[in-house]
Design a protein around this ligand. Sequence first.
Ligand SMILES: NC(=O)c1ccc[n+]([C@@H]2O[C@H](COP(=O)([O-])OP(=O)(O)OC[C@H]3O[C@@H](n4cnc5c(N)ncnc54)[C@H](OP(=O)(O)O)[C@@H]3O)[C@@H](O)[C@H]2O)c1
Length: 342
Amino acid sequence: MTSTMKAVGFKQHLSLENSESLFDFEMPIPKASGHDLLVKIEAVAVNPIDVSVRLNGSETYTDPKILGWDACGTVVATGDQVTLFKEHDLVFYAGDFKRAGSNAEYQLVDERLVGHAPRGMDIPEIAAMALTSLTAWEALVEKLEIDFDQPLLNKKKTILIINGAGGVGSVATQLAHLAGLHVIATASRPETSAWTKKHGTDQTINHRQNMSEQLYGLGYQDVDYILGLSDIDGHWEEMATMIKPGGRIVSITQNKHPLDLGLLKSKSAEFMWEWVYTKSFYQLPEMITQHASLEKIAALLEQGRLKSTANQIIEGINAENLKAAHAMIETNSSIGKIVLCR
Ligand SMILES: NC(=O)c1ccc[n+]([C@@H]2O[C@H](COP(=O)([O-])OP(=O)(O)OC[C@H]3O[C@@H](n4cnc5c(N)ncnc54)[C@H](OP(=O)(O)O)[C@@H]3O)[C@@H](O)[C@H]2O)c1
């Protein structure tokens, strides 16, 4: 192994027209210690968080900052405290918000955030899955407390998933369907509506029109659960209208304006946030649950019960291709996942 590697990074928060918004560079290959795995990256998926971190901020970094959270790759070295993995294991993960990302030839990642890759799948298909699956899993299982072992009980319950065809929605609809729930998802275009129906959604409504009226038209006064995967500010009042008394709402997108929590009071409905990086950001002991969740996701993928949501695969992990992927995410109209591979 040589001592340096190629990576893609940025020093200033710039729009894509600027050639320095993302650039190729070389740096030393990091060394694994403690719980870290050194992973040779084979494929990465691009997420809205990449775009958001690239764009938002005013600082100038001395060393380039490397983006990229989703990855699939091979373990090439392990730290002295590693117990869950060994060299040559193929792994997938969503990484840690604070550390150098996967847009590089090699990356360090804490083993507690990593899962063994499912067998029998192509590497780009696997790379598409970690961040969105973990987010959907934590929202459905840990926050909404949906019990996957109770499909008969869940059959009587309905979930509304706002943004059904995006990266997270494409997994959440599949998982909710597997749990036995009746799944209503939102989509505003024929192609996003068709995509979400292919991924576990029973019925669709359009998030750019009055949703509660459409729900009523489908025969529902309200729903047991709402999973908000886009624009909480824009949808908050309708979410409060559509949730059942005693129901639960979880959002993965942050509000830009104050939310009126009082709208949930008379219904005693609950509201929760989900951020997939909370556990690693605060180094919580529960970090290891991400290893366990990814192992479960891998089993579902291996059994064919969960399908990869990779929708576009680009060959070459470099600045030019990453810029193209960021440009697509910036349109806020992605369907499934965009993956870059070697
Ligand atoms: N908290 C966390 O841990 C976490 C994890 C992952 C992602 N996120 C955040 O969650 C959001 C979704 O992520 P993603 O990867 O699923 O996004 P994505 O793949 O980029 O979502 C694209 C989809 O968003 C839909 N959309 C656009 N505007 C909408 C609106 N106003 N209401 C509902 N849907 C709308 C579009 O559907 P149509 O074309 O049909 O309108 C499009 O297909 C992003 O903001 C991301 O940063 C948070």
